[in-house]
Design a protein around this ligand. Structure first.
Ligand code: BES
Ligand code: MN
Ligand code: ZN
Length: 530
């Protein structure tokens, strides 16, 4: 009876597969390594599901689905082992059992009660890959739990495995063999839907891996120009993509005094990088992602404390999310027009650097009194945002930045900080963030902030004076002064989200690539033409 059930479950089953044996490297640009190290695809033939190594999901309560089938095929050995091990099947619990009837290895992964979200399925895939990799090299069949409304749960679990399997620099380390030869994710989705979902999963994983690669790179290598070249290399051959790169001279000519000012303390000149992807009609206004791209933030003359300063190489995580998201959209051929902007500069102290008290003029003519050179992210974003709105007239513009330490105090590493001038757009992105596993919490920009940043000598100052002020809201309020009337604008402060000290099933410790999943999901949910 159990065998029949399994056979039925397997009828029409097809397979999304991957081998973790080899790492696929991106073409290097010459200046430094690009180390996208996603497991390579390999198609696996038909399985014999009656034996071998399997991963099955277990929900709280009585065994069901593939676990029940394995139990039947092993004459109850699985349920006896579960009982003896006191395995509770809480979400995230994992247990590996050996020699269960005809199965050499049965890996159990606890999942929560239905309905599972996509993020739960991703976690399942990440955990399955980790657990399978810990054992002997073998072909492992991974049965996936059905999540309602998901085209192919196998593809989503594969996505989780790809995201969790990322390792910075792994492509360079070919001597280290990966113990996992091959995973085969199995579901009952119709083949065309699964194929599409698999392509989307790989596109997303590529965008996230690219963002992580950029963020992880040490800042001696990661100059603004390096960022530009890596991005060009990652997009090489991508259709419907065009590049615009402004160097210092171009910025000078255009009057981008804030970009120039932040970058002028560094020997590595600033760049404004714009990547445009056209996946919809010419007249469709794009969605634009404007990212803070400080390749190292020493604070400038308002020098930072040396403790933990090394982490400020991640201060370009917003820019990485912008280009990573558009890379994903282009790879999966999303029916949308999208623009990534990377406002790239290095914030260093130097004889040529700007000083506290200096007054700079932005691209749109507004003047800024720089009272603290360490509040540099809002400066580069203001110029980039003004330029982008003038040139592209976006439907929605999203600024994304590791902008303030203050947002970490408010939200920790549980939520990205969201600021918005449009409630509908805010609610949409919060829902997409929840679905994509990159949640946001909305924070206010009180009208009093305009007064807080009012300056006697310029239009605005870049910090408010006084203690106990809402730093994340002030940063957002500053940027808002560059948002044109009627422009739908969202601002994400991701200083608490972009770097993790411990790993989760789909995010290794270190660079997260936060924002790529969120933006891809937001576009899918609300911006793509059908
Ligand atoms: N890149 C930092 C934000 C940051 C600080 C991220 C600490 C993670 C940890 C940003 O450029 C910055 O220095 N912000 C200042 C602003 C202040 C001078 C108004 C901050 O948050 O302390
Ligand atoms: Mn700073
Ligand atoms: Zn910064």
């Amino acid at each position: 009876m159990f065998a029949r059930e399994l056979k039925r479950a397997l009828a029409g089953l097809a397979v999304v597969s991957m081998g973790l044996g080899a790492a696929a490297a991106q073409p290097a640009s010459g200046l430094g390594p690009v180390s996208i190290s996603l497991p390579q695809a390999a198609l696996v033939g038909p399985f014999d599901p009656k034996s071998g190594d399997v991963v099955v999901w277990v929900a709280p309560g009585a065994l069901s689905g593939p676990a029940a089938s394995v139990d039947g095929l092993s004459n109850g050995a699985l349920s006896r082992a579960i009982e003896a091990a006191d395995f509770k099947a809480k979400p995230g619990d994992a247990l590996t059992l050996f020699s269960i009837g005809p199965f050499s290895r049965v890996i159990l992964i606890g999942v929560g009660a239905a309905p599972l979200r996509e993020a739960d399925l991703e976690d399942y895939g990440g955990r399955a890959a980790t657990a399978a990799a810990a054992g002997r090299p073998a072909e492992v069949v991974v049965y996936t739990p059905d999540a309602p409304g998901v085209d192919s749960d196998a593809a989503i679990a594969l996505r989780g495995a790809l995201l969790g399997g990322y390792a910075f620099g792994e492509a360079k380390d070919r001597a280290r063999p990966n113990p996992l030869r091959r995973l085969a994710f199995v579901d009952a989705a119709p083949a065309p839907e699964r194929a599409r979902a698999e392509a989307d999963a790989r596109a997303l994983a590529a965008g996230v891996a690219f963002a992580r690669d950029l963020i992880s790179e040490p800042s001696n290598i990661k100059t603004p120009q390096w960022f530009v070249e890596q991005t060009r290399a990652a997009f090489r051959g991508a259709p419907n993509v065009s590049f615009e790169v402004l160097d210092e001279r171009a910025m000078q000519r255009l009057g981008m005094g804030l970009m120039i000012g932040v970058g002028q303390g560094s020997t590595r000149p600033p760049r404004l990088l714009i990547v445009r992807y056209r996946g919809a009609g010419v007249s469709d206004a794009p969605i634009a992602f404007v990212g803070k791209g400080i390749t190292f933030d020493a604070g400038g003359v308002s020098l930072k404390d040396p403790d933990g300063m090394w982490r400020m190489r991640y201060d370009m995580s917003g820019a990485a999310a912008s280009v990573g998201a558009v890379l994903t959209l282009s790879r999966r051929g999303a029916k949308v027009n999208a623009v990534a902007v990377a406002a790239l500069a290095e914030n260093m102290p130097d004889g040529g650097a700007i000083r506290p008290g200096d007054v700079l003029t932005a691209y749109d003519g507004q003047t800024v009194e720089v009272l603290n050179t360490d509040a540099e992210g809002r400066l580069v974003l203001a110029d980039a945002l003004a330029y982008l709105q003038a040139k592209d007239k976006p439907r929605t513009v999203i600024t994304i930045a590791t902008l303030t330490g203050s947002v970490r105090v408010a939200l920790g590493d549980d939520y990205g900080g969201l600021f918005a001038n449009d409630d509908a757009a805010a609610n949409q992105i919060m829902a997409s963030g929840e679905a994509a596993g990159e949640p946001l919490w909305r924070l206010p920009i009180h009208e009093s902030i305009a007064k807080d940043i009012d300056s006697d000598v310029a239009d605005v100052k870049n910090v408010a004076e006084g203690s106990g002020l809402p730093g994340a809201s002030i940063g957002a309020g500053f940027i808002q002064a560059w948002v044109k009337p009627g422009q739908v604008w969202l601002h994400l402060d991701i200083a608490g989200m972009a770097w993790k000290t411990s790993r989760s099933p789909t995010v290794p410790a270190g660079a997260v690539g936060y924002g790529v999943r969120l933006f891809d999901r937001l576009v899918k949910d609300h911006y793509e033409t059908k």
